[in-house]
Design a protein around this ligand. Structure first.
Ligand code: NAD
Length: 362
């Protein structure tokens, strides 16, 4: 297979971690007989320095013409970097918002995986976390409360703020279809999370999700109220496979789920549109405090590349090989500084990337 991938190394640790993810993709290409054509473009602070703006029209066109985008992370130290003296629409993060919008990325996927080998990092008790867990949070990204009409008015001398939460059935249907498709590639279960006992938008959400479910008889659907889901994530995370939810609930639940895994350097993410196209990036930021020191953990970016193979290119076997290699390297006792604990072997960003490539080849 020939795959056309645009890479955005970005700022801070971005270039270091993307280099390791590219090495992993090249290794997979050699082992499994694929060609991954990778072109680097600038975004964020690096683009400001080169072109005076965080994302150029040309970069957007290059990204649109690709099959997928692999990103490191963008942004600098918000207290000291000159990028943050610019007006908000010229700052690094403005590039991120613009590219998501330009590529119509409405579905955000955030896996929260607790690796058995890193169980110590999990703040949950041993009997709750068991042998680890593997949850995929699918969050609607472009609708709901964050995009509704809002205003603050003064009535009879008192201020009043209004936010509106709107969802159309088409917006719900397209993310629900994504959720069921993803569940088919996993354990075949969707937990749709809403607040249908109170909100009209949630009642519509529930009924559209049920309509979509009829086309996926092989996937089990359950509904859960958001307050219960927040509790269940810390009471029994192993019960979940895919959590499908709207924008604000997903914002909160995905942060909660990633915190219970305990290791920020391990968490991948993807943002998808209604084709196979996706933007894949680690959940963490550009970590300017450790940039250039060869101590960053590249695994979240490497696992984002593995999500790309699975969800954009349908290369499941190849994605499995990357994930297995990550497990094997952790099992062999290697750790970067962020996931280090006593008795293990601390190594740097380049070395853990090299070991993962070696495992894929073996
Ligand atoms: P951060 O995620 O960059 O860092 C938080 C802490 O985690 C730091 O101590 C950092 O050293 C550590 N860390 C993060 N990733 C790591 C890794 N792979 N390996 C080892 N340690 C890691 O969050 P922050 O410090 O709040 O933000 C720094 C910059 O990143 C800001 O400019 C922010 O706007 C930007 N940011 C970008 C994105 C993105 O590009 N999608 C997301 C979040 C933050």
């Amino acid at each position: 297979m020939k795959c056309n991938i645009v890479c955005i190394p970005g700022d801070g640790i971005g270039p270091e971690i993307v280099t390791q993810a590219k090495n992993v993709l090249e290794t997979v290409g050699r082992v499994f007989g694929h060609t991954f054509e990778m072109q680097d473009v600038l975004m964020g602070g690096a683009s400001i320095d080169a072109y005076g703006e965080p994302l150029t029209d040309e970069t957007i066109e290059i990204a649109k013409a690709a099959d997928a985008v692999l990103m490191g992370s963008i942004g600098g130290n918000t207290a000291t970097s000159p990028w943050y003296k610019l007006p908000p629409q010229k700052r690094p993060e403005a590039g991120l918002l613009r590219i998501r919008k330009a590529l119509n990325l409405f579905a955000n996927l955030r896996p929260a995986v607790l690796y058995e080998e890193l169980a110590e990092a999990c703040p949950l008790k041993a009997e709750v976390r068991g042998g680890g867990f593997d949850i995929m949070i699918m969050r609607e990204l472009t609708g709901g409360l964050y995009f509704g009409k809002r205003e603050t008015v003064t009535e009879n001398g008192k201020r009043k703020a209004i936010d509106t939460l709107t969802y159309s059935e088409d917006e719900i249907r397209r993310i629900a279809i994504k959720g069921f498709e993803i569940a088919r590639k996993r354990k075949g279960k969707v937990t749709s999370v809403d607040k249908a006992n109170v909100l009209d938008s949630s009642r519509l959400w529930r009924s559209v999700v049920e309509e979509v479910a009829k086309s996926y008889p092989d996937v089990t659907l359950e509904h859960m109220l958001v307050d219960n889901c927040a509790m269940q994530l810390v009471r029994d995370p192993k019960q979940f496979d895919v959590i499908l939810t709207e924008n604000m609930f997903g914002d909160i639940l995905s942060d909660e789920a990633s915190m219970v895994t305990g290791s920020i350097g391990m968490l991948a993410s993807a943002s998808l549109n209604d084709t196979k196209f996706g933007l894949y990036e680690p959940s963490h930021g550009s970590a300017p405090d450790i940039a250039g020191k060869d101590i960053a953990n590249p695994i979240a970016t490497i696992l984002s590349a593995s999500m790309m193979l699975r969800y954009t290119f349908d290369l499941d076997k190849e994605a499995d090989a990357i994930e297995q290699a990550v497990h094997d390297v952790l099992k062999a006792g290697y750790r970067t500084a962020d996931i280090m604990s006593e008795g293990f072997n601390q190594i740097g960003c380049k070395e853990i990337g090299r070991l993962i490539c070696e495992k894929i080849r073996s």
